[in-house]
Design a protein around this ligand. Structure first.
Ligand code: PMP
Length: 359
């Protein structure tokens, strides 16, 4: 009998659009100081972890969770001062980006700036949306006029505005964002506010005025709960109701729901950490202000860009000092740049020392 051929890596019927997209580019590096994912350097407080664990133990694990996490949506709504029918929660805001692309991007357009958060463009490509990117201005501000031209010219879809912007940390005047929302017509406008706590801005009042606009928020950054995976959208009911249809049933597991309830009952720890993160960011930027070859660029998020003469050399130098950052030097206008997260004061001291030793 003929021997069976191995089939593990045989070609299969994957859509070309999916095949063409590279796997999410992330290469974990094991070093003591992790400044490469814009995480919170502090874990969830120990006493709250204990409370969350106790609540997890009380619940039945053999039963499916609440279909659409209604209890949790109510609690997020109360925390945000929002209508419960305007909250959609998923395992991370990345999932919402996929669903928003399904909601209004497929067969239509995804419009964003360049550089931008990579998940917007990956999802647009995989789901077959027409992807249009407009270059950021040299000072990293929104190219409002050029975006308005595209809002007019393209078939409507999703417009992503990131405030603070990732990966630059830039925040625009509210007037610029408002001008885009005014021009958006039928477009769904996503205001991604993953880092808003670090900028002192808050798009909720703006979102309220526009039924086609939505704020994306996450528990991964200021809340320090990236490992739980939870993010949510705030919007009017029409957008939320339709977005909710796309959320797979029972999407948020009971353990995450229990821990998030405890977090929302005890949000006091967040503000103090955000204050420290902002103070530390400014301390790092000040300490690097007169560096002979590197430039730490101003930011209003929990990370900043470090412009270096050679990103490869700088990245390796920092890894040798036990610090991992994210290379951004292939992105438009970010030649030589690393994206660096703000860590604990001790981590930041090590970072400053290592960058100062970089010639
Ligand atoms: N939006 C932006 C701008 C981000 O930087 C991130 C995290 N890298 C996310 C959304 C997604 O965060 P999460 O899926 O952890 O909620």
């Amino acid at each position: 009998a003929p021997e069976k051929q191995p089939v593990f890596d045989a070609p299969v019927g994957v859509r070309p659009a999916v095949r063409a997209v590279p796997a999410y580019p992330f290469d974990p590096v094991q070093v003591p100081t992790k400044l490469d994912q814009n995480e919170n350097p502090y874990d969830f407080p120990e006493d709250l972890k204990q409370q969350a664990a106790a609540r997890m133990l009380e619940r039945p694990w053999n039963r499916y969770p609440d279909l659409h996490a209604d209890e949790l949506r109510d609690r997020i709504a109360a925390y945000e001062g929002w209508e419960p029918g305007g909250v959609v929660v998923t395992p991370g805001s990345n999932v919402l980006i996929k669903l928003l692309t399904e909601l209004a991007g497929i067969d239509q357009t995804v419009l964003t700036v360049d550089p931008t958060f990579s998940v917007y463009t990956l999802e647009a490509r995989m789901l077959g949306a027409r992807l249009v990117q407009v270059p950021l201005r040299d000072d990293f501000s929104l190219p409002v006029d050029a975006l308005k031209v595209q809002l007019e010219r393209q078939r409507p879809g999703v417009l992503y505005i990131t405030q603070p912007h990732a990966p630059t940390g830039h925040v625009d005047d509210e007037a610029a964002v408002r001008e885009l929302m005014d021009a958006a017509g039928d477009w769904v406008v996503v205001l991604d506010e993953a880092y808003y706590q670090y900028s002192g801005t808050d798009g909720r009042d703006l979102i309220r005025e526009y039924p086609n606009a939505l704020s994306l928020r996450t528990f991964s950054k200021a809340w320090g709960l990236a490992g739980l995976r939870a993010g949510y959208a705030l919007s009017g009911s029409e957008l939320a109701t339709n977005l909710q249809k796309l959320v797979p049933a029972f999407n948020l597991n009971i353990l995450t729901q229990a821990a998030l309830e405890v977090a929302l009952e005890n949000p006091g720890y967040v503000q103090q950490r955000v204050q420290e993160g902002v103070a530390e960011r400014e301390r790092i930027l000040a300490a690097l202000a007169d560096h002979p070859t590197c430039q730490a660029l101003p930011s209003r998020a929990n990370f900043f860009l470090l412009r270096t003469p050679d990103a490869e050399v700088a990245y390796r130098h920092l890894v040798e000092h036990g610090i991992v950052t994210r290379r951004q030097d292939r992105l438009r206008g970010l030649e030589g740049c690393l994206r660096v997260g703000v860590g604990t004061p001790a981590e930041n001291d090590a970072l400053i020392g290592a960058i100062q030793a970089l010639k």
